[in-house]
Ligand binder design. Structure first.
Ligand SMILES: Cc1cc2nc3c(=O)[nH]c(=O)nc-3n(C[C@H](O)[C@H](O)[C@H](O)COP(=O)(O)OP(=O)(O)OC[C@H]3O[C@@H](n4cnc5c(N)ncnc54)[C@H](O)[C@@H]3O)c2cc1C
Length: 418
């Protein structure tokens, strides 16, 4: 039997759910194919205030609020040698949203996917899409056992790092300097401050790695370490032993974990940043990690997934209503999402340089640089001229630090108890 939809979406993560919800709410016939049965585990708990814009447009804010996730006020960046800086979303340049959430992704993603279904999407779980065909008229998919043929006028690839279309069309550009590997687990009884400071995502930068410590609801904390893939291979250890050793070597992490107990397995994931050279074709769009995956250091993944899902829905609503406007709508999508991907790519690359971390950890209270940096860390798209020139100054300071080391004191990044 053949079935026909306006839009088929591959993947029911945040990108697929936001795209599906907004298309279905506009009256489109939408099907979402999801390989797994939700709830399913996913890493990526720390979110940015900018996601609240998309959640509001989707009409799901209240359900997320009722989910009881920890309200997050900002972040803290610490060097292994003891320098520390905290930023609060409320202090961001022209900040509109003072908070975000630290979420259990299994629950968060389920709320979003259920909401997509309630908004009118047909959601088919445990239904992987392995192959597809695209021609001038639309797209043909054979999901699940392949017996059924599904046709749609457009497809959005939201398959995450599985990157179905990007791989098939060989669009992926990888970044060799961001060939990273992460080890992570959940812990209970990690020490936590009272009040808003106890909600901050804490990042600890060492000479050749960095840690995240993300407080979650109750007394659970997600802790992970990111290092070069080559370093992990050279350790020649199991993920459990490697994570334990990495933590033990860093007092800035370990001193918070004296009473902590690990309550999950240790997970190991390659996180190689990439970006697809093209984000759209005549009949397809890429959203979320399927468009590009940027090192998780600035917690941009869920934000980019929701924003690109939302923008893909806008582009397709335009293309479905006025086919002659399709090329323009898709070009706008490419430019907008491409620009945000590039900003975080630049910041993630900079994070691994010594000069960036030195300037970052000795913030200059001039020209509104601190609020501008806080705004980037909140998911501001930097479309405002006032922010753009301030960011240029920040990058000039980083470049000067590299040449002269006179902008900020040098950091050893060697372990030191604080
Ligand atoms: C180590 C690590 C730490 C991270 N930390 C953070 C963080 O703190 N904050 C943050 O914002 N982001 C973080 N991220 C990134 C974040 O998890 C992702 O950017 C986000 O999940 C992307 O959402 P998505 O909807 O694009 O993809 P996903 O959430 O991956 O969803 C894709 C869905 O597609 C399904 N799928 C895949 N292939 C198929 C197929 N063939 N057919 C049907 N379904 C398919 C999958 O089952 C999955 O449910 C981290 C990532 C890593 C690797």
């Amino acid at each position: 039997m053949n079935e026909a939809f306006d839009v088929a979406i591959i993947g029911g993560g945040p990108a697929g759910s936001s795209a599906g919800t907004l298309l279905a709410q506009a009256g489109r016939r939408v099907v979402i194919f999801e390989r797994e049965k939700f709830p399913r585990f996913s890493v990526g708990e720390s979110t940015l205030p900018a996601i609240l814009n998309t959640l509001e447009r989707m009409g799901v804010s209240e359900k997320i609020e009722q989910g009881g996730f920890l309200v997050k006020h900002g972040g803290e960046i610490v060097s292994a040698c003891g320098q520390r800086v905290r930023f609060y979303f409320r202090n961001g340049f022209r900040a509109k949203r003072p908070t975000a959430y630290q979420v259990l992704r299994s629950e968060f993603d389920q709320i979003l996917l259920d909401h997509a279904a309630e908004s009118g999407c047909e959601v088919r779980q445990k239904t992987p899409v392995e192959s597809f065909g695209i021609d001038d008229e639309g797209v043909t998919l054979r999901p699940g056992n392949g017996k059924q043929v599904v046709q749609a006028r457009y497809v959005i690839d939201c398959s995450g790092r599985n990157c179905l279309i990007g791989n098939q069309f060989q669009l992926k550009r990888r970044f060799p300097h961001l060939r990273k590997f992460s080890l992570y687990a959940y812990y209970e009884d990690v020490r936590r401050e009272e009040g808003p400071n106890g909600t901050l995502t804490r990042m600890v930068r060492t000479r050749d790695s960095w840690f995240w410590m993300i407080p979650l609801r109750g007394n659970t904390t997600s802790i992970g370490v990111v290092m070069d893939t080559e370093k992990f291979k050279a350790l020649k250890m199991s993920p459990e032993r490697a994570l334990t050793q990495c933590v033990a070597e860093q007092p800035a992490v370990h001193q918070w974990m004296e009473k902590a107990r690990r309550v999950t397995d240790v997970f190991a994931t390659g996180d190689f940043s990439y970006r697809n050279a093209q984000l759209s074709g005549d009949r397809w769009l890429l959203a979320g990690d399927a468009a590009g995956f940027i090192d998780p250091v600035f917690s941009s993944g869920v934000y980019l997934a929701l924003l690109s899902g939302e923008q893909a829905a806008d582009a397709l609503n335009m293309a479905l209503d006025r086919p002659q406007q399709r090329a323009k709508a898709f070009r706008y999508y490419e430019r907008r999402i491409g620009r945000v991907l590039d900003i975080y790519l630049r910041w993630a690359s900079a994070w691994y340089t010594q000069e960036f971390i030195e300037v970052f950890l000795y913030p200059k209270e001039i020209f509104g640089l601190v609020p501008t940096v806080s705004a980037v860390l909140s998911g501001n798209e930097i479309r405002d001229f006032g922010m753009r020139w301030r960011l240029c100054i920040f990058h000039v300071l980083v470049a000067l630090q590299k040449r002269t080391s006179k902008i900020a004191p040098k950091l050893t990044l060697l372990p030191k108890a604080t």
